[in-house]
Design a protein. Structure first.
Ligand SMILES: [Zn+2]
Length: 58
């Protein structure tokens, strides 16, 4: 089963992931799965957050 991976910050679709991967692989710690969508951060937003450490991500 595949689920969509969506950026938490800009709502951009990052890609699709196999749900099976989540249990077998080391999961992205910031990833948050709601229904069929896995919220994470796209590389752009991730980069922005690393450049601006004052932006605290919850
Ligand atoms: Zn983004």
């Amino acid at each position: 089963m595949k689920i969509l991976k969506v950026c938490h910050a800009c709502d951009r679709i990052i890609g699709e992931i196999e749900l099976d991967d989540l249990t077998s692989h080391n999961v992205d710690p910031i990833m948050d799965i709601v229904g069929n969508v896995a919220y994470a951060l796209c590389p752009l937003c991730l980069q922005e957050m690393e450049m601006e450490p004052r932006n605290v991500y919850h």
